[in-house]
Design a protein around this ligand. Structure first.
Ligand SMILES: NC(=O)c1ccc[n+]([C@@H]2O[C@H](COP(=O)([O-])OP(=O)(O)OC[C@H]3O[C@@H](n4cnc5c(N)ncnc54)[C@H](O)[C@@H]3O)[C@@H](O)[C@H]2O)c1
Ligand SMILES: [Zn+2]
Ligand SMILES: [Zn+2]
Length: 361
């Protein structure tokens, strides 16, 4: 029987979100209904509401979630009713060119549920990133569910579903940070602070946090930054060089995504160092550089999409490290809120007051 649940819907560009009745169908082949327990509020949800992703309104928002599998459709073998899962937006297909080349984290044919969820008047909803988890229940593809240790807190585990994974993966997967590296992270919101936590996990010995906001720098220290740089106080490139024996850092992660921060990252590297761009620029942004500097400084200029993660490989491992006390996911949960509070959480995000607000269901 289709179920009627509550969900947070963005009906039109720029309009405040509202809690609506949402019809969740029974799962079809390969699909799963998940009873959502927790879902973090991510910048991307706000981008959807502002029409910055596409115009396929109305959206069912929320995509950083954990919950329990409630129903499975035909042919679902990897998850079962009662499993505790983190939802992901990279259910790799296994058969596209990227997958066949052995690089499934670039998969461009990822799976989502085939059936839509609907408003009570029958209008089909577009679920954010194919998930739509600011809702009591959501319908996803079975591949979007990754089983993890059920003893973990849903609020903390769910964060791996987007921003925290993006930051951790920018350091560990894309940046390839390893023991003894020096790492600088520009922009210490949820994503940048996760990159700092990732650099610590990977064994970096110098971890430099850069932000304009003193509160963010204090949070960064709690997550593993060994040095902090107030970006409003002077030359960021010089500051990073001074903190790395005059060389620059082995890996610099731009978790802001603006021309000025990316250029700082480019010049704050040691020779042959790596730049990782994880912050998302807007279409109007451009960068101009002397080509000789690109050649002469060598190294790698990379971008990180969802932390180059593979959910099946990375989520259970990171939840285990969390359970062992080696990765403080709880530090990212600034507050827990209800479904009615998502609009207020967007305001707090805008004012930089939170790393993550997490909706509890
Ligand atoms: N690549 C991906 O897969 C992926 C996934 C999720 C989010 N993101 C992107 O990552 C970025 C960061 O997300 P977030 O949730 O941490 O955002 P956020 O707004 O919480 O954090 C951004 C931080 O950057 C700081 N900042 C802004 N301008 C700065 C400057 N010039 N110098 C230094 N610091 C500066 C801010 O003070 C803030 O602390 C966003 O662009 C987001 O869209 C990317
Ligand atoms: Zn694929
Ligand atoms: Zn997100």
């Amino acid at each position: 029987m289709p179920q009627t649940v509550r969900g947070v819907v963005a009906r039109a560009k720029g309009e405040p979100v509202s809690v609506e009745q949402v019809e969740v169908p029974d799962p079809g082949p390969g699909e799963v209904v998940v009873a959502v327990q927790a879902c973090g509020v991510c910048h991307t949800d706000l981008h959807y509401r502002e029409g910055g992703i596409n115009d396929e309104f109305p959206f069912l928002l929320g995509h950083e979630a954990a919950g329990v599998v409630e129903q499975v459709g035909d042919g679902v073998v990897d998850v079962d009713v009662g499993d505790f899962v983190v939802l992901n937006w990279r259910a790799v297909c296994g058969s596209c060119r990227a997958c066949k080349r052995g690089r499934p984290w670039y998969c461009f044919a990822t799976h989502n549920a085939a059936q839509p969820m609907r408003l009570s008047d029958g209008t089909a909803l577009s679920p954010a990133l194919g998930i739509g988890a600011f809702a009591d229940k959501t319908l996803v593809h079975a591949g979007q569910c990754t089983k993890v240790d059920p003893a973990a807190s849903p609020a903390a585990a769910g964060l791996l579903g987007c921003g925290v994974m993006a930051g951790l993966g920018a350091a560990i997967n894309t940046g390839g940070v390893t023991r003894g590296d020096s790492v600088a992270v520009i922009g210490c919101g949820g994503v940048g602070n996760a990159a700092i936590a990732g650099a610590r996990l990977a064994g970096a010995s110098t971890i430099i946090a850069v932000d304009l906001d003193a509160k963010k720098l204090r949070w960064a220290e709690g997550l593993g930054a060994t040095e902090t740089v107030d970006a409003s106080a002077g030359d960021v490139v010089q500051a990073i060089q001074q903190l790395t024996g005059g060389f620059g850092a082995d890996v610099v992660i731009d978790a802001v995504g603006r021309p000025e921060t990316w250029t700082q990252a480019f010049y704050a590297r040691d020779l042959a160092g790596t730049v990782v761009l994880v912050g998302v620029p807007t279409p109007d942004m451009t960068v101009e550089l002397p080509l000789l500097d690109v050649f002469g400084r060598g190294g790698a200029l990379k971008s990180s999409w969802y932390g180059d993660c593979l959910p099946e490989r990375d989520f259970p491992m990171l939840v285990d490290l969390y359970q062992q006390g080696r990765l403080d996911l709880d530090a990212f949960v600034s507050e827990t809120i209800g479904l009615d509070d998502v609009e207020a959480a967007f305001d707090k995000m805008h004012r930089g007051e939170v790393l993550r607000s997490v909706v509890m269901l």
